[in-house]
Design a protein around this ligand. Structure first.
Ligand SMILES: C[S@@+](CC[C@H](N)C(=O)[O-])C[C@H]1O[C@@H](n2cnc3c(N)ncnc32)[C@H](O)[C@@H]1O
Length: 248
């Protein structure tokens, strides 16, 4: 009798592997599409400007000896580190983004002060031994927190590393949701109708596991408190907010 002959006739098929929630950014062209300026509605630029200035102010106020940007793509916060004369490390789940940023770092002769790593913002223990500084400023730019399947895991991981955290997120205002819809329509296929998110905001989903949610102020504040982070300052504009926090 063959081995196959020993199997019960009604053996269930193997369970399908659940799709990875990171594949939009990790596997394909998602990171390039969503981070392309050509896909941003104009209003988004003021949001990014606010975020950059908030990061610079936080870096200068200290205590801070390095800037670590999670979801860095092309390294916008490298300019913050350069202006504040701090070391820089960019971390992104997309290998293509990290390769391009490394090339930029080399082209600009910044190799002694700046690095880029492939890593997942939620898996701090996998990359924490490779980041510079004793008191880093962790920058979570451009609604990265709203992309993460498990924001608590990322925030509690960062809390354990010490330093300061700067989080930039979209708000729940209907106008912001309309701007986000116009933005994601440019770069996410099979975009679903927006639905309520977990943190008082609006969740967009699309092909390849794309997910992005916004945050209401009370829900974001509660999340940070529950993760053991104390808010130090906050800057807001029409589209969102930048919150600086440290270990409570
Ligand atoms: C900063 S987020 C931008 C999100 C977008 N603006 C939105 O409204 O949802 C995009 C960048 O974060 C990176 N990214 C996404 N998830 C990540 C993760 N878990 N860890 C590290 N980088 C991640 C992507 O590869 C991409 O370069």
């Amino acid at each position: 009798m063959t081995r196959a002959g020993l199997l019960p006739a009604t053996a269930p098929p193997p369970a399908p592997t659940p799709p990875s929630p990171d594949r939009f950014y990790r596997d394909g062209t998602g990171a390039t599409a969503i981070m392309s300026v050509a896909h941003f509605p104009d209003e988004v630029l003021t949001f990014l400007q606010m975020e950059c200035l908030a990061a610079f102010k936080t870096a200068l106020e200290g205590p801070c000896d390095a800037v670590v940007e999670l979801g860095c793509f092309d390294g916008r916060a490298l300019e913050v580190a350069r202006a504040a004369q701090l070391r820089y490390c960019g971390i992104d789940i997309s290998c293509g983004a990290v390769a391009a940023l490394r090339e930029r770092i080399a082209d600009e002769g910044l190799g002694a002060h700046a690095t880029a790593l492939v890593g997942n913002a939620q898996e701090t223990l996998r990359w924490s031994h490779r980041i510079p500084g004793e008191q880093p400023l962790f920058v979570l730019p451009f609604n990265l927190l709203g992309n993460l399947p498990d924001p608590r895991r990322a925030l509690t991981g960062l809390r354990a590393l010490g330093g300061t955290v700067l989080i930039s997120v979209f708000n729940e205002d209907p106008r912001t949701t309309a701007v986000r819809r116009a933005y994601y329509t440019q770069c996410v296929s099979e975009l679903a109708e927006p639905a309520p998110g977990r943190y008082g905001g609006t969740l967009f989903r699309g092909a390849q596991g794309f997910r992005s949610e916004s945050f209401s102020a009370p829900a974001l504040h509660r999340l940070l408190t529950e993760c053991g982070l104390q808010i130090r300052s906050e800057t807001t504009n029409r589209l969102g907010r930048c919150v600086t926090a440290h270990r409570a």
